[in-house]
Design a protein around this ligand. Structure first.
Ligand code: AMP
Ligand code: MG
Length: 417
């Protein structure tokens, strides 16, 4: 139960929803746009509203392989009528003859229904005997005809600015005959890891060292966020090296993204250099994993500093950096699709922070949604993310929860999937 008086609550921590609002207020959508051909438009963000210049479909056409005829020619006192075959209409090859009473034409799916004919009977419900075609009566006038403009009329807005072009939009654009679109400029994000203990993969570990994993998970997240990324490697705890990396990153990119070194009391130079080189705020967020987060500007670049713990860095990216990147790219925000599921494991939670525990969401044999936690939830246990397909969201003042309770679940979106 939420309880605002909870003694364990940490009042100085900011709720992530409030943080997101404040962060988003500080970034602007890029105004830079470019024209790309449709072939290169996948995953780009549309920078203009687009209307169709044609009706869809552009002409009456058949939804079936069969025969087209005039409904008025059916003798409705019987259940069948025989009509005379006078030609055909195939996809891309319209019927060129003249429509006459008591006639029909052979017609294929997608082929134009000639003006005059109004109904199509599927082939399986007809019988051909030379030029005599016996039609079992269709239920209604207009059956199996896809009418011109029934999907939309010329002039209708089809796609809106801020939409990300997915496979469906690629097809929609082609359907309305558009072969180049104006999209927002692709953003550049330069990132590096900080920490003396970090070694790049491919090297030997000395005592006390670990492999730098964040750069790879961040690279994955950025690739799925459809930005260009620049990997500046691991920067050791050397004052001038860190300064140089920040300056280089800011000169090359729209966003500088780092992991590590933003914790309170961190004994490294990151914070000192950030205060000298940029206007940075260090936030303490009521979010677990992921409490520390830094945000601000270095020269003309936006700066986001993720915590070093591997799960924290992924969760903070997902919850905070992704909305920022989306806004900068001009993407119209979409609320995540949350659902409720029955907990299959007990959950341990201290009141005080919103927790994003990693879960596995599935449907049981009765079709109900169930979720279990992916084992240990330590903020360094990256396998908890790898096993998961969702977050179990536990509100700030929630305590422990027993198996059988209903919890809110956020299925991973395309950036995490
Ligand atoms: P920090 O945020 O720098 O205090 O780091 C918190 C924890 O995350 C420490 O255990 C670090 O060793 C670890 N860590 C920091 N950066 C990385 C990284 N790039 N890859 C893996 N672990 C990291
Ligand atoms: Mg560190």
């Amino acid at each position: 139960m939420p309880n605002n008086q909870d003694p364990c609550a940490q009042p100085k921590l900011m709720h992530p929803d409030q943080a997101i609002e404040q962060l988003l207020a500080q970034v602007d959508a890029t105004q830079d746009t470019e024209l790309v051909t449709l072939n290169n438009a996948i995953d780009r963000v549309l920078a203009e509203d687009l209307a169709s210049s044609i009706d869809l479909p552009p002409f009456d056409n058949s939804a079936m392989d069969g025969y087209a005829f005039r409904y008025v020619d059916l003798d409705l006192s019987q259940d069948k009528t025989t009509l005379t075959l006078i030609g055909s209409s195939f996809a891309g090859h319209p019927f060129k003859g003249k429509v006459q009473p008591n006639t029909c034409i052979r017609i294929m799916t997608g082929a134009p229904v000639p003006a005059g004919y109004d109904t199509v009977q599927m082939q399986e419900e007809t019988q051909a005997n030379g030029d005599s075609i016996m039609i079992v009566h269709p239920k209604k006038l207009g059956a199996n005809v896809r009418g011109r403009g029934e999907e939309l009329l010329a002039g209708t807005k089809v796609l809106h600015r801020g939409v990300t072009i997915r496979a469906a939009e690629m097809g929609v654009l082609a359907t309305i005959g558009i072969n180049q679109v104006r999209v927002t400029r692709k953003l550049k994000v330069a990132f590096f890891s900080t920490g003396d203990e970090l070694r790049p993969v491919g090297s030997e570990l000395s005592p006390g060292q670990i492999y730098d994993s964040n750069r790879y998970s961040i690279q994955g997240l950025l690739s799925k966020s459809h930005v260009e990324w620049i990997d500046l490697g691991v920067i050791t705890d050397d004052k001038e090296a860190i300064r140089g990396a920040f300056k280089e990153a800011a000169s090359k990119a729209d966003m500088v993204l780092t992991s590590g070194g933003v914790s309170v009391g961190e004994a490294d130079y990151t914070k000192q250099i950030l205060s000298e080189e940029g206007q940075i705020t260090f936030w303490k967020l009521a979010i677990k994993p992921g409490k520390p987060f830094a945000f601000g500007k270095i020269d003309n670049a936006i700066f986001c500093g993720l915590p070093g713990n591997p799960v924290s860095s992924m969760v903070t990216f997902y919850k905070l950096v992704l909305p920022i990147l989306n806004k900068m790219q001009g993407i119209t925000p979409k609320a995540p699709l949350l659902c409720q599921a029955t907990l299959q494991t007990d959950i341990r939670k201290h009141p005080g922070r919103v927790e994003y525990q990693r879960g596995i969401l599935s449907r049981n044999t009765s079709g109900e949604l169930e979720v279990s936690i992916t084992g240990g939830q330590g903020s360094g246990m990256l396998t908890s993310m790898s096993l998961a397909n969702c977050f179990v969201i536990l509100e700030q003042f929630q305590g422990d929860l027993a198996k059988g309770n209903t919890v809110t679940v956020e299925p991973f979106n395309s950036v995490l999937c």
